[in-house]
Design a protein around this ligand. Structure first.
Ligand code: UDP
Length: 448
C-alpha cells in the first residue's frame, strides 16, 4: 500500500448495499487507490474474496439483537452509535502511521451509515456518499416529506393508486414507505437522515447519466455537489465475489441441461420473502406454466418463519423434478447462462441492473423500499418486464410466466432488454458516460 492514496469504504451491512460498495472498491483500486473496508461485525464481508483490500471490523454490539426485518431499524441505529468511536480511533491510528497505510484520501460511506459524517468532520477528512439506489428513489423521499409537512398522512387505500403529481409515472404506492399506514416520527427522521448528505463533497451513484437525467438534474439542484454516475458498478469493476451466503453451484449443472431461453429464474434477493400461501400458489403456478424454473429459497424465506423447516407441507413433493431449488445462487452466472430466459425478481436495484446487463426480461414483484420504483421503471418506463399482480394465485402466476416465456409479448420484452443491455455496455466502455464519470471521480479524489 506504500505511496498510494487510500480510500476508506464504509458499507451498510446488507447484501444489496455491501455488493455495490465492494464493487466500487474494485473500481477505485483499478484506478490506483488502495482500499480499506471498515465494516460492522454484523454481516461482515468475506475478506478472503478480496485479498488486495484491507479490512477493519468495527465492534457493533448487535450480536444479541433481534435481526428480523421488523427490527432492522434498531439494528442499524445501534450500529450507527457503536461503530463511531472504533472508526474514529482506527483512522487516527492510520493517519499517525501514514507510511504503513498510505495517505487517507477520503471516506466513502453508504447513505445509511450516518455516523461516518461526524467522524469525517472531526478528523477533517473529506467524505462522499455512495447511493446504492436510483435517483428517482431518492427524489421519491420528497413526496413523503411533503405529505408529512402538509399533515396529509396517512393516505387512503384509493389514493395509493393515484399518480404522484409531477412525478410521472410513479404512484403513491411506489413511494419509500407505505403511505396508507401511520408512519412513526422515528421512521420519517430515518428517511430525512438518509436523504441528507451532511458534509459530503460528492455523491457516487450506481446509475448512469443517460438513464435518469431528469431526476439527477433535479437532485443536483438540491444537493449542489458533484455527482458521479459510474454504474452499473458490476460492469465497471473487475469481477469480484460479494455474496454473504454460500453460492450453490449445483444449479449451473442443472442449467446446462435446459434448452436455451427456457428457464425462469426466481429470486427475491436477500431479504424479501413470501407467506406460506404465496409459496404454494407460486409453486403450482410455476409447475402449471410448463416452464423449467430455478428458484432461490433462502434459509429464511417464509415470512415469519425462523427456518425452512417451516416450508409448507408438501412443498418439496410438488416441486419434484420440475424445478431446481437452491438456497443461494451465483446470480450473475445464472443470468449470463443461455438457458435463462426470464427473471422473476423483487426488483432490488442490483438484481435489476444485473438482469438488464444480461438482456434478461423480468417479472416484477416488489416488496419494500426502492423496489416499487425500480419495478415501475421496468414495467412502465423501459418496458422490459411484466408486473406480477397481487394477490398471488396460481392462475395469475401461470399466465404471467407464459406471457413472458412463451408469448410474442415476451419476445418483444426480451428484444427491448437486449437493446438496453447494449446501451448499458456502451456507457461503461471507453468514451461512455460512466467511463468518463469514473475518470472524473478518480481525479476528484486525487485532488480533493
Ligand atoms: N444474489 C445472489 N444470489 C441469490 C440472490 C441474490 O448472488 O441467490 C445477489 C444478487 O446478484 C444481487 C444481491 O444478491 O447482487 C441482491 O441485491 P438486490 O439489490 O437485488 O436486492 P436485496 O437483497 O438488497 O433486496
Amino acid at each position: 500500500m506504500l505511496d498510494r492514496c487510500c480510500v476508506v469504504l464504509v458499507p451498510a451491512p446488507f447484501q444489496g448495499h455491501i455488493t455495490p460498495m465492494l464493487q466500487l472498491g474494485s473500481i477505485l483500486q483499478s484506478r490506483g487507490f488502495s482500499i480499506l473496508v471498515a465494516h460492522s461485525e454484523y454481516n461482515a464481508p468475506e475478506t478472503s474474496n478480496h485479498p488486495s483490500f484491507s479490512f477493519l471490523a468495527l465492534p457493533d454490539e448487535v450480536a444479541e439483537l433481534d435481526k428480523s426485518f421488523e427490527n432492522m431499524g434498531n439494528v442499524l441505529e445501534a450500529i450507527n452509535i457503536n461503530c463511531k468511536a472504533p472508526l474514529k480511533d482506527c483512522l487516527v491510528r492510520m493517519m499517525e502511521n501514514e507510511e504503513l497505510h498510505g495517505q487517507v484520501a477520503c471516506i466513502i460511506y453508504d447513505t445509511v451509515m450516518k455516523f461516518v459524517d461526524a467522524v469525517a468532520v472531526s478528523l477533517k477528512l473529506p467524505s462522499m456518499v455512495m447511493r446504492p439506489n436510483t435517483a428517482a428513489y431518492v427524489r421519491a423521499h420528497h413526496t413523503l416529506f411533503d405529505l408529512q409537512a402538509e399533515n396529509c398522512l396517512p393516505l387512503s387505500e384509493s389514493q395509493m393508486e393515484e399518480n404522484v403529481p409531477n412525478f410521472h409515472p410513479f404512484k403513491f404506492k411506489d413511494m419509500p414507505h407505505p403511505l396508507s399506514l401511520e408512519i412513526p416520527e422515528k421512521v420519517i427522521d430515518f428517511f430525512k437522515n438518509t436523504y441528507a448528505i451532511g458534509s459530503s463533497r460528492a455523491i457516487i451513484w450506481n446509475t448512469m447519466d443517460e438513464l435518469e437525467p431528469h431526476h439527477l438534474s433535479k437532485l443536483q439542484q438540491d444537493f449542489n455537489v458533484p455527482f458521479f454516475c459510474v454504474g452499473p458498478f458490476h460492469k465497471m469493476a473487475p469481477p469480484c465475489k460479494t455474496s454473504l451466503l454460500n453460492e450453490d453451484d449445483y444449479c449451473m449443472e442443472w442449467l446446462d441441461k435446459q434448452a436455451p431461453n427456457s428457464v425462469l429464474y426466481v429470486s427475491l434477493g436477500s431479504i424479501a420473502g413470501m407467506d406460506e400461501k404465496e409459496v404454494m400458489e407460486t409453486a403450482w403456478g410455476l409447475i402449471n406454466s410448463g416452464q423449467p424454473f430455478l428458484w432461490v429459497i433462502r434459509d429464511i424465506f417464509v415470512n415469519g418463519a425462523k427456518s425452512n423447516s417451516q416450508l409448507p407441507d408438501g412443498f418439496e413433493e410438488i416441486i419434484g423434478e420440475k424445478g431446481c431449488l437452491v438456497k443461494w445462487a451465483p446470480q450473475m452466472k445464472v443470468l449470463k447462462h443461455s438457458a435463462v430466459g426470464g427473471f422473476w425478481s423483487h426488483c432490488g436495484w442490483n438484481s435489476t441492473l444485473e438482469s438488464i446487463c444480461e438482456g434478461v426480461p423480468m417479472i416484477c414483484r416488489p416488496d419494500f423500499a426502492d423496489q416499487f420504483i425500480n419495478s415501475r421503471y421496468v414495467t412502465h418506463v423501459w418496458n422490459i418486464g411484466l408486473e406480477m399482480e397481487c394477490p398471488l394465485d396460481r392462475g395469475r402466476v401461470e399466465e404471467t410466466v407464459r406471457r413472458l416465456m412463451v408469448d410474442e409479448e415476451g419476445k418483444e420484452l426480451r428484444n427491448r432488454t437486449i437493446d438496453m443491455k447494449h446501451r448499458f455496455h456502451e456507457s461503461v466502455e471507453k468514451g461512455g458516460s460512466s467511463y468518463q464519470s469514473l475518470n472524473q471521480l478518480a481525479e476528484f479524489i486525487f485532488n480533493i
